[in-house]
Design a protein around this ligand. Structure first.
Ligand code: GDP
Ligand code: IMO
Ligand code: MG
Length: 422
């Protein structure tokens, strides 16, 4: 059985959590393959709103087993808080939440290094979520990291102390950076026990067995393609591969076993943190999108930057991910506009550019817009795509034509039920 992949095609926060929750009943396993507590995946159903960070978004579906893959980085403190928030739902974690022994651990000093690095960068900061993501992945690729499996080693404390010493040495070079590590460490060692109490597995073997047994698996991405370490707007990116290939390295799934690639995009664009954003609207329209779409970060609460849909960017994301079907999110947010715009190409130095350029950080980019008539009607109580306004159908048909990929789902509200399947 092949593994389907679901991932974000823009700068994150496309609505991945919602769609995973909607699709989860068709799968036996939901497996996160990268990222960590920088992610904030929101699920809404039956009057409940819940934000997940490290735990996969199939956790509320009783028959689904959730796996945190080797490509994920885990902060035991954030993880513990997530488990606590789920307590009222009486989830049988020992059977329904499995953790790869190869997932890397975020140490308190990784968080300090993240903060020190951002402070030192000043105006050039990445706008990191300050969860320690970059330093943890640096230690992973630098072959210094600690993994979940190490927690069970009798020498864990000395492994921890060795890595901490390296970090303190680096921190000593940041002159203006103040910190108090002791309380952070105390909490970390307390909360690590919660992680150790879960079922820790060799997830690549486990998933192989499930594939062979014919069980359906959905891989859940975090962040979005434009935050990918290789293909995103470097250096304003996260430190993992958020694209389809990340499923192979982050779960041990061979490329030949990838099935559907479900790409999620908003009917407009948002970005949180620094970095280039060609279709950003620093005007009243951008503010209206932010307000109507409640565009404030699920993890940090920061206001998200907003702009119109960018087809140059979206085509690029579809290309690098090999997307086979699309979900368009937040169509309801655009209901307030009589006029909607799409960026079809960029103008750079007087030339028309329709391929996402290398020098995105330096280039002076003028988006070239295509105008659409807005649908100006409330979509939030629709239950069938066929009943949606013609102007929305026109917009969807146009996107399918230029993107050459079917849009199989249109989302018209944050709730599980506000989902139109085509
Ligand atoms: P993720 O990181 O991709 O899972 O997305 P986030 O949860 O960070 O951000 C998406 C936000 O949009 C959340 O607050 C969702 O509840 C909300 N949302 C998802 N789909 C829709 C939709 O179709 N319409 C509206 N209005 N909100 C949506
Ligand atoms: P989900 O999974 C949106 C952004 C940060 C920053 C950059 C690097 O909810 O879509 P990091 O902490 O990873 O070093 O930050 O990436 N970022 C996200 N933006 N959604 C996310 O996750 C993000 N995770 C990281 O704002 O610009
Ligand atoms: Mg999010």
């Amino acid at each position: 059985m092949n593994v389907d992949v679901l991932l974000g095609l823009q700068w994150g926060d496309e609505g991945k959590g919602k769609v995973v929750d909607v699709l989860a009943p068709s799968y036996r396993y939901i497996a996160r393959f990268q990222g960590g507590p920088n992610a904030g995946h929101t699920l809404e159903f039956e009057g409940i709103k819940h934000v997940l960070h490290t735990i996969p978004s199939g956790i509320f579906r009783p028959d689904v087993v959730n796996i945190i893959g080797n490509g994920v980085v885990i902060d035991p403190i954030v993880f513990h808080a997530e488990l606590e928030k789920l307590k009222p739902y009486q989830i049988a974690f020992e059977k329904r939440l499995l953790v790869s022994k190869k997932a890397h651990l975020i140490l308190p000093t990784h968080r300090l290094l993240d903060a020190a690095s951002e402070q030192a960068k000043g105006l050039n900061k990445i706008g990191s979520t300050l969860k320690g993501i970059g330093p943890t992945y640096m230690d992973k690729t630098g072959r210094n990291g600690l993994r979940v499996g190490d927690l069970f080693s009798p020498s864990f404390q000395s492994l921890y102390d060795d890595l901490k010493e390296k970090h303190l040495d680096i921190l000593s070079r940041y002159e203006d950076f103040q910190y108090d590590l002791a309380p952070m460490e105390k909490e970390w060692f307390e909360k690590v026990e919660g992680l150790k109490a879960l079922t820790c597995i060799d997830s690549e073997h486990y998933l192989y067995d499930q594939r062979k047994a014919g069980n359906a698996i959905l891989a859940e991405g975090a962040q979005g393609t434009m935050l990918d370490i290789d293909f995103g707007t470097y250096p304003f990116v996260t430190s993992s591969n958020t694209v389809t290939a990340g499923t192979c390295t982050g779960l041990g799934i061979p490329p030949s076993a990838i099935g559907k690639v479900i790409g999620i995009f908003k009917a407009y664009c948002t970005r949180v943190g620094s970095g280039p954003f060609p279709t950003e609207l620093n005007d009243e329209i951008g503010a209206q999108i932010r307000e109507e779409g409640r565009e404030f970060g699920a993890t940090t609460g920061r206001a998200r930057r907003c702009g119109w849909l960018d087809l140059v960017q979206l085509k690029y994301a579809i290309m690098v991910n090999g997307v086979t079907e699309l979900c368009m999110m937040k169509a309801d947010v655009l209901s307030i506009f009589s006029d909607i715009y799409l960026c079809e190409s960029y103008e750079i130095d007087g030339k028309s550019v329709d391929r996402f350029p290398y020098d995105i950080n330096k280039a002076e980019i003028k988006p070239k817009w295509t105008h659409f008539k807005g649908w100006k009607s409330d979509l939030t109580s629709l239950t069938r795509y066929e009943d949606s306004p013609e102007a929305l159908k026109d917009y969807v048909r146009y996107l399918e034509k230029v993107l050459e990929i079917p849009i199989t789902m249109v989302s018209v509200g944050p709730d599980r039920a506000q989902t139109l399947l085509k």
